[in-house]
Write a protein that binds this ligand. Structure first.
Ligand SMILES: *Cc1c(COP(=O)(O)O)cnc(C)c1O
Length: 400
């Protein structure tokens, strides 16, 4: 039988920049928590386009809002007001408890903006107050500044010279931060829960103590919630879980349910460091992206939706712990909150990559990050039946 996907993969392989090692399927459409490839094969999706598709596929109110907005105006530039952007900004300000939002097109751009505003703010007081401290194993994006902020040397290699002024500490190591932070520190930038680096939540009031250190040295605290935000932790912002408020928070991924968008939200004090012309974007926050974001912002931050995430996440974590107890020689730890969960592999019979591929063959899309961590970041609308489906497939793969 001829696979209709073959010529498409061949065309892509010969035309697209070779930076992704793609799985050998061509995805065509989706419904709820399921994806379908061009042969009609169904997959339960526990990756959600990397924590993006929070409302799943073909979510009717999202499709309707995008279609209606597309028929009105897709884009106008930021030289004019539009209702969807004003509404989305006001919603983010209200939800965050911060004062001002800016829209970009991606996570990297949101973080780039956060770094820029932090530098501009600090330079009002001291031209040398420019150090940005981030964490090892963090992920903040692929532009030169956010790549440098990303504490993973493997991503830096070959792209030097990198922007100056970045320094790194181990996540959850307060003593090390206490040693590195000084009055020359402009900002500390951390993921509220580390995602790409292997799903590491903060331990023992770490973030609260980071907040205190920042305040002592007049440094801003930036939380990158591009992966852990938008309800994924069980709270709309993961920082609500830990009782710590940042000066700047960044969002992207799930914010518009799959339409490209990024945002940073900051306090008035920080925002006042920027004046007209100091920062900008052509596409960022256009009416199409904001119309999509408004559906997410009306849906996710409700008590019912967030308690669904919390409950489904707890059920899923319980099932993963049972799996760990069944295969203690292959899984050493289950980490995470809500629907950002990780299973640490230890001496597995199969590599993380092999486990992911075999799950895919059996109809489940999962991910392996940091080499040895199975990462689960499904659409937030999944039900227990979807969890059971993935757990059964994982069980079969681990036992085989
Ligand atoms: C994905 C991610 C980014 C980068 O987002 P892009 O949209 O790919 O630029 C930044 N920070 C975190 C925590 C992420 O997970």
């Amino acid at each position: 039988m001829i696979d209709i996907q073959q010529p498409i993969m061949a065309r892509d392989d010969s035309s697209y920049l070779p930076v992704f090692r793609r799985y050998k399927i061509v995805l065509d459409h989706g419904e709820g928590a399921y994806l379908y490839d061009m042969t009609g094969k169904r997959y339960v999706d526990f990756l959600a386009g990397i924590a993006v598709n929070v409302l799943g596929y073909n979510y009717k109110p999202l499709v309707k809002a995008i279609s209606e907005q597309a028929a009105k105006i897709i884009h106008v530039s930021n030289l004019y007001y539009t209702e969807p952007q004003a509404t989305a900004a006001a919603k983010l300000v209200k939800l965050s408890g911060l004062d001002r939002a800016f829209f970009a097109n991606s996570g990297a751009e949101a973080n780039e903006g956060a770094i820029k505003v932090a530098r501009k703010y600090a330079h009002q007081f001291d031209a040398d107050k420019s150090q940005i401290i981030t964490a090892w194993d963090s992920f903040h994006g692929r532009t030169l500044a956010t790549l440098t902020a990303t504490g993973q040397p493997k991503y830096h290699k070959g792209f030097e010279p990198l922007p100056a002024g970045f320094d790194y500490v181990h996540y959850n190591d307060l003593a090390e931060l206490e040693e590195k932070i000084s009055d020359k520190t402009c900002a500390v930038m951390l993921e509220t829960i580390q995602g790409e680096g292997g799903v590491y939540p903060p331990q023992n009031d770490y973030l609260k103590k980071v907040r205190e250190l920042c305040d002592r040295h007049g440094a801003l605290l930036i939380f990158d919630e591009i992966q852990a935000g938008i309800g994924r932790s069980g709270k709309f912002f993961a920082y609500e879980k830990y009782g710590v408020k940042p000066d700047i928070v960044t969002l992207a991924k799930g914010l518009a349910g799959g339409v490209p968008i990024g945002a940073f939200i900051c306090t008035e004090k920080v925002a006042q460091a920027l004046h007209p012309g100091d920062h900008g974007t052509t596409f960022g926050g256009n009416p199409l992206a904001c119309a999509a974001a408004n559906v997410v912002l009306d849906t996710v931050p409700t008590e019912k939706f967030l308690s669904h995430v919390e409950e489904t996440g707890a059920y899923f974590k319980g099932k993963l712990i049972e799996l760990q107890q069944k295969y203690p020689d292959q899984i050493s730890e289950i980490r995470g909150e809500g629907l950002i969960l990780g299973a640490q592999l230890s001496n597995p019979k199969k590599s993380g990559g092999e486990i992911v591929s075999e799950c895919m063959e059996r109809g489940a899309i999962i991910n392996c990050t940091a080499g040895t961590v199975l990462r689960f970041i499904p659409p937030l609308i999944i039900e227990r039946q979807h969890v059971d489906e993935v757990i059964n497939i994982l069980d079969a793969v681990l036992s085989a």
